[in-house]
Design a protein around this ligand. Structure first.
Ligand code: AP5
Length: 232
């Protein structure tokens, strides 16, 4: 699927939406098509938790309760990540920003780097579908690939295509998901207005097959930067 864009044609996009909207699934596909990094704060935290780092220990308590990790911790982590070389030609941000202070900090970071944001894709989906998607999700412990027990089961029982074990995330139980949704409404939804005011917000209907949602997302993104092979 990879179609790299020319180096001067950076795409910088944020995927916004409730837990389980399919941000991670779609972010991987968009990143692959454009040949840019997929930067997912949840994945970075989970890797720190797995490796038992100090940051992982700090984040784990918030994550397993479905609460947000404090802004200053997340902002410092993203600032470092965006300064890495591979992010110079664009990125797909998944799970960040999640609060207004995080969005304001991101504006400052990108201004310092001289990298304007192209757009923010807001994935819309109803809550019962979110609960169905999340409680059925299984994530590979080794490569992080997500499956769903009904819609996209691992190829062999609970074994990922990479050979790792696909397990349920600790924060994917129904109780924790309902709290994550509540946190989303209170702390993250205000970002819709924040980005709408800046003319950056675009809607993507997140219901339907993974392929259909990808087509919708890529259709919007092509208005900003076309993958090179798609250009006439
Ligand atoms: P994070 O990992 O970012 O979780 P999230 O935003 O809650 O999002 P999810 O990963 O649950 O869902 P998704 O939208 O990516 O859906 P997915 O593609 O997997 O964050 C986890 C925690 O880390 C937070 O609670 C917080 O504690 C902390 N954290 C992270 N970032 C932070 C920040 N910026 N500030 C503070 N704290 C932060 O899909 C879900 C399932 O549905 C999968 O099983 C998938 O296979 C399936 N699926 C996907 N698309 C479809 C489809 N079209 N049809 C059917 N099934 C589908």
């Amino acid at each position: 699927m990879t179609q790299r864009v020319a180096a001067d044609e950076a795409l910088r996009v944020i995927l916004l939406g409730p837990p389980g909207a399919g941000k991670g699934t779609q972010a991987r596909r968009v990143a692959d098509v454009y040949g840019i990094p997929h930067i997912a704060t949840g994945d970075i935290f989970r890797s720190h938790v797995r490796n038992g780092t100090e940051l992982g220990q700090k984040a784990e308590e918030y994550m397993s309760a479905g609460e947000l990790v404090p802004d200053e911790v997340v902002i410092a982590m993203v600032r470092d990540r965006l300064q890495e070389e591979d992010a110079a030609t664009g990125f797909v941000l998944d799970g960040f920003p999640r609060t207004v202070p995080q969005a304001q900090a991101l504006e400052g970071i990108l201004a310092d780097l001289g990298q304007p944001l192209d757009c923010v894709l807001r994935f819309s989906i109803d809550e019962e579908e979110v609960v169905r998607r999340i409680t059925g999700r299984r994530a590979c412990q080794d490569c992080g690939r997500n499956y769903h027990v009904d819609f996209d089961p691992p190829p062999q029982g609970d074994t990922c295509s990479c050979g790792g074990k696909a397990v349920q995330r600790k924060d994917d139980t129904e109780d924790v998901v309902r709290n994550r949704l509540d946190v989303y409404h209170r702390q993250t939804e205000p970002l819709e207005f924040f980005y709408w005011q800046r003319g950056l917000l675009r809607d993507v209907d997140a219901v339907g097959s993974v392929e259909d949602v990808t087509k919708r997302a890529l259709g919007v993104l092509a208005e900003y930067v076309a993958p090179s092979e798609a250009r006439p």
